[in-house]
Design a protein around this ligand. Structure first.
Ligand code: PEP
Ligand code: MG
Length: 883
């Protein structure tokens, strides 16, 4: 097997297209090399070697060793340095690089190859002993942590103690001799803690580091990250071994991270940060607060530290040209890492940059309008799920802002919550349904659980490219980072700001768009849906085949959905209309009535309420289709449960509590989800169906008269398994229609269809279709009944299933294509065999899930229906599925 691909000296064995083999970092290093950009020479061990490492019981295959040796010889030839040499030692970086970017999740070792001898040579060769000792201590620190497994805090404590003792504020202030002393303390700590000494043999170091990178593919945080981003464990990581270039070689050296466009706003401006006399890890770790790359962003940020543009104008110019080249080449915004060694620029990484949803829209629209990409490409560039971020509220500008601190606007959107100081507490709070803001000094990749569980993240240290900022932007969670005027006292769980001391549980608001930290809860505003968002949606709408409807009952939801572009209502769950206010008591009166006559008295009271509900929905949807579903849930859902509730309700209804208790007990079901619900109710109590049908038709008559807009109500029968069930209910609806329409003397068209949410209905679709004008797949119940997993109890064990890899995803969130999906395909095919062009839609939760929407497109459904806030997501996902 060819395990190793080399790059450097103006050519590379691989290219960007070899991403699966070389990982993202390796493929792009090769590509940059082929483009003639300055890339330090190196080699990439392919991702398949990672699988080999695990299948060999975590050991390195023999032929791999020989190939790496040959690759290093090539690096030696290009650099004129020798690995392990005591004259001109070659130092290496060893970095992970998977197919999909997993920022900060896996391990890296820098400055590899140094030992007690070569450190002298390095200092001598560079004419800078301080630099050599600084590099050596960095190496011991990283290697000790990543490869030998010693807690990095041990090194940090030693360094902090020494800095305190010597009276230094910054790492850069330590002299060669002082670093030498720190190193002896580091080495002693390793011996004391681990009972072994720091390895001096560069070969041992190299294979130790390569093994550690492979092993880091299976560390806890990488596993979590893969779960969150659906990255398969089989992919493995590549390993990049590359000649070191040094950003810590004095004040003409620097290292930085940049984006070719602003990753928060999408503005077409170079955006980034750097540190003088530092190595890359210093920037990402947020140890020192970095400087701006461009003068414009320095001015905007009000920083008094010089920009790269001013400090190193030549390297800056060259860097700007490279940014343009890379953007034009990849046709996308790039995220870059670079190092300047004594004035010479080196590129260490390029990849497509993570960005906020807002920035993604702006970049896609700008690039399409500049002709760099097509409109179709622009539409496919946006992750539909990320639109969620734009639909989040922002702080009302008229609100009073009680500002207690400020930091960098690291991830946009505003969030309010109780203060928590640890990720564990954030996770716990999420389980309890409490909203929290995770407050940390800085975050590390171990915090990823807590970050995901929090509404927002606040850190007192770190820049825009710190871990907290990058991860929060990726997750769409508001984040304020580097709020230096806030003191976080983790030990006592206090946040001290603006002379105030807040404790755990106190409520704060963060504004990830301005960087402000505010006391208490602040009024929020709904988002703006025009501009770039509007453009992308317009382009998406032109490319999609399926229509997008919404699931809505209330006028507010229906209006919101219209503003998000819903093209009708795909599911109006009428039961939701009876839970509110006074209505629930009339509903209870109906349910508790002793006989049909009693029920009819209550239903007469419900009729005008239902009629006015429907009339309002018809008027809001203004001629667009409205699907109204007959009453579906088990009736006892409306009834009181505890003794207290029973006493209350008995009082309101003028009943004896004991009688009420008896009636409630009589309605009890062991398995209500499979009990007396759905069309079974309409069959037991046709008067309920009559009332609902009457309300629908009378409202339709009213709407036709008043607005002149024709309404075609689509009446939907739930939980049908047998054609005879549908026939019975349809006969009842048709009879009412005849009566109401006859009385009104105007033409009202209507459809009667059924939900397909039981496996039997799917299998018998060709028969059921004889009586149905349309099918709507109720994939919530269809998933429940296909799997035999209760949708209300699944959460208890589905998480375990996911963790143990029994299922990849929650089938209630993303459609199970293999099982539930096949039933849908069968039903669609059999239904249309009976009725050519039978209208098909989906109204389960899956109607708003991009992967499930793709399946609906492939299955030939006519529409998807989802909750109002998901309508834009569904419009975009439907377009992407059709492109
Ligand atoms: C369904 O079962 O998918 C559905 C839309 O109906 P409900 O969620 O109301 O049961
Ligand atoms: Mg259902």
């Amino acid at each position: 097997t060819k395990w190793v691909y080399t790059f450097g000296g103006g050519k590379a064995e691989g290219a960007a297209v070899d991403r699966d083999l070389l990982g993202g970092k390796g493929a792009n290093l090769a590509e940059m090399c082929n483009l003639g950009l300055p890339v330090p020479p190196g080699l990439t061990i392919i991702t398949e070697a990672c699988a080999g490492y695990y299948s060999h019981g975590r050991s390195i295959p023999d032929d791999l060793k020989a190939q790496v040796r040959a690759g290093i010889t090539r690096i030696e030839e290009i650099t004129g340095r020798v690995f392990g040499d005591n004259q001109r030692p070659l130092l290496l970086s060893v970095r992970s690089g998977a197919r999909a970017s997993m920022p900060g999740m896996m391990d890296t070792v820098l400055n590899l190859g140094l030992n007690d001898h070569s450190v002298q040579a390095l200092g001598h060769d560079a004419g800078d002993a301080r630099f050599a000792w600084d590099s050596y201590r960095r190496f011991i620190q990283m290697y000790g942590d990543v490869v030998m497994g010693l807690d990095h805090e041990i090194f940090e404590e030693i360094l902090e103690d020494e800095k305190g003792r010597l009276g230094h504020g910054q790492d850069t202030e330590l002299s060669a001799v002082e670093w030498q002393h720190v190193i002896s303390l580091y080495k002693r700590a390793i011996e004391e803690e681990l009972g072994e000494s720091f390895p001096q043999d560069p070969e041992v170091q190299l294979w130790g580091a390569i093994g550690a990178v492979f092993a880091s593919w299976m560390n806890a945080r990488a596993i979590t990250y893969r779960h969150l981003h659906n990255i398969p464990a089989e992919w493995g990581t590549a390993v990049n071994v590359q000649a070191m270039v040094f950003g810590n070689l004095g004040n003409s050296s620097a290292t930085g991270v940049a984006f070719t466009r602003n990753p928060s706003t999408g503005e077409n401006e170079l955006y980034g940060e750097f540190l003088v006399n530092a190595q890359g890890e210093d920037v990402v770790a947020g140890i020192r607060t970095p400087q701006n790359i461009t003068e414009a962003s320095r001015l905007a940020s009000g920083s008094d530290k010089p920009s790269l543009e001013k400090l190193m104008p030549e390297a800056f110019e060259q860097f700007c040209t490279i940014c343009e080249t890379l953007e034009r080449h990849y046709k996308d915004m790039q995220d870059l890492e670079f190092t300047i060694e004594r004035g010479t620029l080196w590129m260490l990484q390029t990849r497509s940059g993570k960005r906020t949803a807002k920035a993604a829209l702006k970049i896609a629209v700008d690039m399409a309008e500049a002709g760099l990409i097509t409109r179709h490409q622009a539409v496919t560039r946006i992750d539909p799920a990320s639109l969620d971020q734009l639909l989040h509220p922002t702080i009302d500008p008229r609100a009073r802002r009680d500002i207690i601190g400020s930091g960098l606007p690291a991830s946009p959107g505003a969030a309010t919550g109780e203060i928590v100081f640890t990720s564990e507490e954030a996770v716990l709070a999420e389980k309890e349904g409490r909203k929290v803001i995770l407050v940390r000094v800085e975050t590390s990749p171990e915090d990823i659980h807590g970050m995901h569980a929090a509404e927002g993240i606040l850190t007192s240290r770190g820049g825009m490219t710190s871990h907290a900022a990058v991860v929060a932007r990726g997750m769409g969670i508001p984040c304020v980072s580097g709020a230096g005027n806030i003191r976080v006292d983790l030990r006592n769980e206090l946040l001290i700001a603006a002379g105030m001391t807040l404790k755990k549980g106190d409520v704060i608001t963060i504004d990830g768009s301005s960087g402000q930290v505010l006391k208490g809860e602040i009024p929020m505003l709904q988002p703006e849906l025009s501009g770039d968002f509007g453009r992308i949606m317009e382009w998406a709408d032109k490319s999609r085949r399926m229509t997008v409807r919404t699931n809505a009952e209330t006028p507010a939801d229906a209006r919101a959905a219209r503003s998000f572009g819903a093209e009708g209502i795909g599911l109006c769950r009428t039961e939701h209309m009876f839970f509110e206010g006074e209505r629930i008591n009339v509903m209870r009166e109906m349910i508790l009535a002793a006989d049909e006559a009693g029920r009819r008295i209550a239903l007469d009271k419900l009729l005008p309420m239902q009629r006015s509900d429907f009339a309002e929905l018809f008027s809001i949807m203004h001629g667009l289709p409205v699907t109204i579903r007959l009453l579906d849930p088990p009736l006892h859902e409306f009834l009181p449960k505890t003794d207290e509730e029973i006493a209350d309700v008995a009082g309101v209804l003028g009943m004896n509590p004991a009688d009420l208790r008896q009636r409630v007990d009589a309605l009890h079901e062991f398995n209500p989800m499979l009990g007396h619900r759905g069309c079974r109710l309409a069959i037991s109590y046709p008067e309920i169906c009559e009332m609902q049908a009457r309300a629908i038709f009378e409202a339709a008559v009213e709407a036709a008269r008043e607005t002149g807009a024709p309404v075609v109500p689509e009446i939907m029968v739930p939980l049908v398994g047998l054609k005879s069930e549908l026939d019975y209910v349809k006969a009842c609806i048709d009879a009412v229609a005849k009566e109401v329409i006859g009385e009104a003397g105007i033409e009202i068209e209507y459809l009667v269809g059924t939900m397909i949410e039981l496996p039997r209905a799917a299998l018998r679709a060709h028969v059921i279709a004889e009586s149905a004008d349309f099918f709507s797949f109720g994939t919530n119940d269809l998933t429940q009944t296909t799997f035999g997993i209760s949708r209300d109890d699944a959460a208890q064990f589905l998480n375990t299933y996911i963790q143990k890899g029994i299922v990849e995803q929650d089938p209630f969130v993303s459609l199970d294509f293999d099982g539930v999906g096949e039933l849908i395909q069968i039903a669609a095919e059999r239904g249309r065999r009976t009725k050519n062009g039978l209208k098909l839609g989906i109204c389960g939760e899956h109607g708003g899930d991009p992967a499930s929407i793709r399946f609906c497109e492939q299955t030939g459904l006519d529409y998807v229906s989802c909750s109002p806030f998901r309508v834009p997501i569904a419009r975009l996902a439907a377009a992407q599925a059709a492109i």
